[in-house]
Design a protein around this ligand. Structure first.
Ligand code: APR
Ligand code: PHB
Length: 388
């Protein structure tokens, strides 16, 4: 098989890239190890920045998002005894949307613009340092396949093989593993809040998020090594009520049936360069952020917003200028979001050192009490413009 761009991975990065390329008349084939049903149903992030919404809308993917998504003006930040609303619209004129990654993924599949081969195995990326790269794989029946392409996009997430194709002599990686994880639940209950609550608490961080008027998504900071089975539903709701309660105006958390329970590790990871020869990395394949700043999905979308025009110019007009800049342009935003995610994470999670806890509370008071502090958080959370 021959195509212009072979894309590894049918997550949001790979599917959006295929969609944008198709709209620009560039052919692409996507290879995915999982089944279509698995990819479309896994539970992931839930917040879209304004620039992600704008990009999806301009790519013809905004209809359901605007009908079923929820614009949020801001977030709540709290610690025992105090809850503060940060209104991003007032602060910086931009907002965010609650719309699950699962829904973005469904919209991309329903757009039916990408040619996807699901349930492949043994994907191998070859010859990226030549002008004739190719990918080999086994299809769902175990038959060998090969795709020759002009460029390869590694959109295969945090565990995929693409990033290791960049030789160790060329690649630089940075990594931080945090000494805590998140226990996340999905529950069939109306959210007990209109906008997300990020809570600092001596027992550990808690987050109240949501997916719809009848589905809540909540998280608790737990020690690394925690198994979801260690926590009964009752224990989770009790602990969420403690950490999210703020002792004022009779606010209460309403519990409900838990439909999913899982533990998420917290990690920061960056690999550069994001381009090596004819291989271009995008999304979690090149970088991982802890979920506290809600940046993972938005960063994947921002990478693709740069990569699609770069590949289009390269393959349709033989103009390499944007492709040559892709790695540097994308990495600048990656580091901004890496810093913001680290900053939100370290401001809100409890460690062993009481000195750190006092610094966190001081930081929270500044972020919620000073317009400059609040605007800095708002600008990063609601997302800087794609080209920043
Ligand atoms: N061959 C083909 N596909 C692969 C391979 C492989 N060897 N290895 C992994 N994949 C697939 C995965 O099954 C997955 O569907 O690549 C896809 C990568 O998708 P995501 O993990 O969703 O990554 P990305 O598209 O970069 O989106 C980033 O996803 O993990 C969240 O928080 C993250 O929201 C962020 C977003
Ligand atoms: C989510 O809804 O899953 C979510 C929201 C905000 C975050 C992280 C996760 O910071």
């Amino acid at each position: 098989m021959r195509t212009q761009v072979a894309i590894i991975g049918a997550g949001p990065a790979g599917m959006l890239l295929a969609h944008l390329l198709r709209r620009a008349d560039v052919d692409a084939v996507v290879l995915e190890t999982r089944s279509q049903e698995y990819v479309a149903s896994r539970i992931r992030a839930g917040i879209l920045e304004q620039s992600s919404v704008d990009l999806l809308t301009s790519a013809g993917l905004g209809d359901r998002l605007r009908a079923e998504g929820f614009p949020h003006r801001g977030i709540y930040l709290q610690w025992p005894g105090e809850r503060h609303h940060l209104d991003f619209v007032d602060l910086i004129g931009r907002s965010v949307w609650v719309y699950g990654q699962t829904e973005v993924q469904k919209d991309l599949v329903n757009a039916n613009t990408a040619s996807v081969v699901y349930e492949v195995s043994d994907v191998q990326v070859r010859n990226v340092d030549s002008s004739a790269p190719y990918v080999t794989y086994l299809d769902a029946e175990g038959r060998p396949g090969r795709i020759d392409a002009s460029a390869i996009a590694g959109c295969d997430g945090s565990f995929g093989p693409s990033r290791a194709v960049v030789p160790a002599s060329v690649a630089t990686t940075w990594e931080r593993t945090y000494p805590y994880s998140w226990l996340g639940i999905l529950a069939d209950v109306a959210p007990s809040t209109d906008e997300l609550i990020y809570a600092w608490h001596p027992h550990g961080f808690a987050l109240h998020s949501m997916r719809s008027p009848s589905v809540s998504r909540l998280y608790l900071q737990v020690p690394n090594g925690t198994s979801a089975g260690d926590w009964s539903d009752q224990r989770i709701w009790d602990e969420l009520a403690t950490r999210l309660g703020h002792g004022q105006d009779g606010w209460k958390l309403t519990p409900g049936p838990v439909t999913d329970k899982s533990v998420l590790p917290m990690r920061s990871f960056v690999q550069t360069p994001m381009r090596y020869g004819r291989l271009f990395l995008a999304g979690d394949a090149a970088h991982i952020v802890p979920p506290t700043g809600a940046k993972g999905l938005n960063l994947a979308i921002a990478d693709v917003a740069l990569l699609a025009p770069a590949l289009t110019a390269l393959l349709r007009n033989n103009d390499p200028a944007l492709a040559d800049r892709y790695g540097d342009d994308a990495s600048r935003r990656v580091w901004r979001c890496t810093h913001f995610s680290w900053w939100m994470t370290t401001m809100l999670h409890i460690g062993d050192d009481p000195f750190d806890a006092q610094l966190q509370l001081s930081q929270l008071r500044w972020v919620t009490g000073s317009e400059a502090g609040a605007a800095g958080l708002a600008e990063n959370y609601a997302g800087l413009p794609i080209g920043f």
